[in-house]
Design a protein around this ligand. Structure first.
Ligand code: SF4
Length: 244
């Protein structure tokens, strides 16, 4: 008998989460309150800090939902099939990823910077073509993108590890597999995988609250609020622009 959950069992677990789990809004509010109370750091530093902490809060919230439903992810270290999906972020998130890289130790930063240069040379044609895909209104875009096997710019192809793990964007955290990991290698778009993307609401709501306060009371230099929140694009496009 298989030790993995079946698709039907996963759906039942999701139903259980939907009906019994209450999102811990206080987890998100507390992060914003603590950061705003810190008078020793600049507004830009507060935003960077909130970004990292709120992303972590999303991962913690998913862990608690899993505990509630006795779900154990089957995603394995070094398995990176989900890093070939199109990842969409807003301009603020892309800028904050760039900011986080700029603050990494020199060795790590240089490694990522060199990798990005090589990445955009190696995949120039695919990035150019898939970067124009209409991900917002074309219902088939995700499938067509994934089928092309274009790795994320931050995927280390030697280790299959994420190079920006601690600030990997929300879609990378909310996509989980609870059944046989083989479904990811055998399918372009496995139906068994789960997305907790509804947590975007809590995460973005908290960031928006923080930004609104800072916009009205302090001086934000690196982010254009609210404009940067509403400009969305593929990560391959944001990082290309940043890399130019
Ligand atoms: S940011 Fe990291 S986790 Fe997300 S798709 Fe890219 S390599 Fe994978």
């Amino acid at each position: 008998m298989s030790k993995f959950l079946t698709y039907e069992e996963i759906l039942l677990k999701c139903e259980e989460i939907n009906t019994t789990y209450e999102i811990n809004q206080k987890r998100f509010d507390k992060i914003v309150d603590c950061i705003l109370d810190n008078e020793e750091i600049s507004a830009d530093h507060k935003i960077a800090e909130a970004f990292a902490q709120l992303l972590k809060a999303v991962s913690e919230e998913i862990s608690e939902m899993e505990t509630t439903a006795e779900l154990v992810p089957t995603c394995q270290m070094g398995c990176a099939f989900c890093c070939y999906f199109p990842i969409v972020t807003n301009k603020m998130e892309a800028a904050l990823i760039k900011d986080a890289i700029s603050k990494m130790p020199a060795d790590r930063r240089h490694f990522i910077e060199n990798h990005l240069v090589q990445y955009y040379q190696t995949y120039e044609e695919k990035v150019e073509r898939l970067g124009r895909i209409d991900w917002a209104s074309d219902s088939d875009a995700k499938y067509r993108y994934k089928k092309e096997n274009l790795p994320c710019p931050f995927l280390n192809l030697e280790t299959n590890a994420c190079m920006i793990y601690e600030v990997r964007p929300l879609p990378c955290r909310t996509y989980v597999n609870y059944t046989d990991p083989k479904v990811c290698s055998a399918n372009v778009m496995p139906k068994e995988t789960i997305s907790y993307e509804f947590l975007y609401q809590e995460y973005m709501g908290a960031i928006n609250e923080l930004l609104q306060y800072l916009y009205e009371n302090e001086k934000i230099e690196k982010i254009d609020y609210p404009g940067d929140l509403y400009q969305e694009d593929l990560l391959i496009n944001w990082m290309k622009k940043i890399n130019q």
